[in-house]
Every structure is written in structure tokens, then in C-alpha cells.
Design a protein around this ligand. Structure first.
Ligand SMILES: [Mg+2]
Length: 181
């Protein structure tokens, strides 16, 4: 191989590397394009979990007993909800839980409540892989977790829906609303 042949071979090699890098970049962009940058947030108590239907839920919470969070019956048909959520996630939506801790809690109770709520999610929606589980202090403004005007919130509390910066829905037809996305 003479000098000019060597240079040509080297140029071809560089071109090939550049092509590969370009293709990898395109692949990455394609994957990124799949993310819609829209998060669907779910409140828990009164939205998907019937905490307020548990007998003596309030005195138990006031006595720092976490059981009501664990035994709250589901408010929606969870197998239907799970199927829709998994489809939406595949289509590029992010899924999140955005729920408050108990009123007037302390650090120890917070820890137990977080555990109880996560246990509930695992038990009732085992096939859903949440992108984020935000269980935050009671009264935390939920709009703090709204990152775009297209972010969605399902919440039974009107105050939370009103202050949400994105699109907020009540709990009357969660599955129906999700089907329109
Ligand atoms: Mg609620």
C-alpha cells in the first residue's frame, strides 16, 4: 500500500466512523421522540383508593395507625386501569403517583404511611411501573409537580384541580378520560 492508498483507506475509515456515530445519534433521537413529556399524575386517597370508605379511618389516622391506607378498597376497576396505563406508557406518557401524607404526622408515621401506600400500589396495580411515586407532606401544593401545561392530574379535591397548571380531571370517569388520550 503506497502513501495515497493509505490516506484513502484512512479517509474511508473516518467516514465509516462518522456514519456510525450519525446513525447512533438518529437512533437516540428516535427513542427520545417516543417520550411525549406528558406525565399522568394520580392522587390516591379518594381517587383510586377509597380511604374515606374505611370504617374509623379518621380516628385511626389521628392515632398514627397506617392500616386504613393499606386496606382501602380500590375505587376503579384496577385491571382495566392497569391495561390502559401500560398502553399509554408504551406510547410515551410518564406515569406518576402524587399523594399526600397524613395530616399532623411525624417522621415515623410518614415512613409507615409511605410504606403502606407503596404496598397498596404493588398489591392493586402490580403490573404498573410508575415513573415517579411522589408521596409528599399533607397540603403540599400539587402544582409544584406540574412541569408543563400538558401534564395531567386526576384528583378528587377541587382545590388541587383548580391550582394545577396543566389539565385536571375529577374521579368520575378516570378510565373513560384515559381512553381518549
Ligand atoms: Mg384525594
Amino acid at each position: 500500500m503506497n502513501y495515497s492508498e493509505m490516506m484513502r483507506a484512512q479517509e474511508a475509515l473516518i467516514f465509516c466512523c462518522e456514519e456510525n456515530a450519525k446513525r447512533a445519534e438518529e437512533e437516540k433521537e428516535k427513542k427520545k421522540g417516543k417520550r411525549l413529556d406528558i406525565t399522568i399524575n394520580f392522587d390516591m386517597d379518594g381517587t383510586i383508593a377509597d380511604l374515606y370508605g374505611v370504617e374509623n379511618w379518621l380516628p385511626m389516622l389521628e392515632s398514627h395507625i397506617e392500616t386504613p391506607y393499606e386496606i382501602a378498597p380500590p375505587l376503579v376497576r384496577l385491571c382495566v386501569l392497569a391495561r390502559i396505563l401500560n398502553r399509554l406508557q408504551k406510547e410515551g406518557y410518564d406515569l406518576a403517583v402524587l399523594s399526600w401524607l397524613a395530616k399532623g404526622s411525624n417522621e415515623d408515621y410518614d415512613k409507615r404511611v409511605i410504606k403502606a401506600k407503596k404496598k397498596w400500589l404493588k398489591k392493586h396495580l402490580p403490573s404498573v411501573h410508575w415513573d415517579k411515586i411522589n408521596i409528599v407532606a399533607h397540603g403540599t401544593p400539587k402544582e409544584k409537580f406540574c412541569n408543563s401545561s400538558r401534564d395531567i392530574l386526576f384528583d378528587d379535591e377541587e382545590k388541587n384541580r383548580k391550582s394545577w397548571g396543566g389539565i385536571a380531571f375529577d374521579v368520575n370517569d378516570i378510565v373513560g378520560v384515559l381512553k381518549t388520550l
